[in-house]
Design a protein around this ligand. Structure first.
Ligand SMILES: [Zn+2]
Length: 371
């Protein structure tokens, strides 16, 4: 088992699948592997905004209603290859290094080895593996799966494990996120002519109001949720005028506001307030959001995960996962090997003993819920 999970994770890491590239090659590999192990595989393709082919896979073994799913993604953040060898996986001192080792090709491999070990003729309920594209760029593939999967139109699993890295501690809740983009449009002109309109001056009064709002968000209790640490929403703002030269008026200035959503927070009021402020200053404004995730701690899937690793209580985390969308259809627990502190870093790694623990824990959950 040890060699199997390491070998499979290494094979996945070696197939480059940063979100900007097509994930067709790694999806071919995964589909072959799943079909070899008795899964029926649905392949959903789409073109991303740059016209690049993206592939989602939904694999099913076993029959009947309900069941258990393991939902992962096959894309990674950029490899940053100038600093290390991200696509040449290596094992050193009990750690597997490589881009995606921890987020989330190692965890995906652990779920695949766990389901492979089960005698599918004994399943009382179906098992699913879903592998989405474009998780790292806004959960695009997962949202596609939710809309378009014929497999899931027939039946969603009752329970789902999302094996994002949580060091194998079950997670029952996490924050979501909102991104609000505000654009001021001016007119570029050389300052010697003094005929320009600076987009920066147009947006400045709006920015001043956002600075006041940021203070309120940190201090007022009604914007906080004490279930989380920190209880605040991390309200942030960045500005881009395209690096305008100092002797030219800026033609365009874009402010991006980002904050984290929490269950039962005031995000709708907040987004409405920010949009109204932008409109008052004649600025263009758009927003998109990823919902927070929450499932009661005593729900069956969270408790099954706790039992699988002998953990007394589940935790919540400040980062967002695809559970934000899947929770409408299936009861999710975030539960996977490795530390999120390793995700997206140069020299990303996952500890081998975490991968092994994941295989055993996932097997236990399958036995408890589906056999
Ligand atoms: Zn991930």
């Amino acid at each position: 088992m040890r060699n199997e999970v390491i070998e499979l994770a290494q094979e996945l890491i070696a197939i480059q699948s940063e979100s900007s590239l097509s994930n067709a090659t790694i999806s071919d590999f995964l589909q072959n592997w799943l079909e070899k192990h008795e899964f029926a595989v649905e392949r959903i393709c789409y073109a991303d905004p740059n016209g690049v082919e993206k592939v989602n896979l939904i694999a099913k073994v076993g029959e009947g209603p309900g069941g258990l799913g393991f939902f992962s993604h096959s894309d990674t953040v950029p490899g940053n290859g100038e600093h290390w060898q991200p696509f040449s996986p290596r094992v050193e001192e009990g750690k597997l290094y490589g881009r995606g080792s921890c987020d989330m090709k190692g965890p995906l491999a652990a779920s695949m080895i766990a389901v492979k070990s089960i005698d599918s003729s004994k399943l009382r309920r179906p098992l699913y593996i879903a592998i989405a594209a474009d998780e790292e760029v806004g959960h695009v593939g997962a949202h596609f799966i939710q809309r378009a999967s014929a497999t899931f139109k027939e039946n969603w699993p009752t329970w789902t494990v999302i094996p994002e890295p949580t060091e194998m501690v079950p997670v029952y809740a996490h924050k979501g996120g909102a991104l609000i983009t505000v654009t001021a449009t001016g007119r570029a002109a050389h300052t010697s002519l003094d005929t320009g309109i600076s987009a920066n001056f147009l947006i400045a009064p709006f920015l001043a109001e956002m600075a006041e709002l940021a203070k309120k968000m940190k201090s007022e209790e009604r914007y906080k949720n004490r279930e989380f640490d920190p209880p605040t929403n991390g309200f942030n703002l960045t500005i881009n005028d395209g690096g305008c030269a100092t002797n030219v008026t800026a033609a365009k200035c874009v402010a991006n506001i980002n904050f984290r959503l929490m269950p039962n927070d005031l995000h709708e009021e907040l987004i409405g307030q920010i949009e109204a402020t932008a409109t008052r200053y004649n600025l263009a404004v758009t927003h998109r959001k990823l919902m927070p995730f929450f499932l009661p701690k005593d729900s069956q899937i969270v408790q099954a995960a706790c039992r699988a690793v002998n953990v007394a209580a589940p935790i919540n985390v400040p980062f967002c996962t695809e559970a934000e969308g899947y929770q409408k259809y299936t009861q999710c627990v975030i539960f996977g090997p490795g530390s999120v502190g390793q995700a997206h870093t140069v020299n990303e790694y996952v500890k081998i003993d975490q991968l092994e623990l994941a295989v055993v824990a996932f097997q236990r959950m399958i036995v408890e819920l589906c056999l």
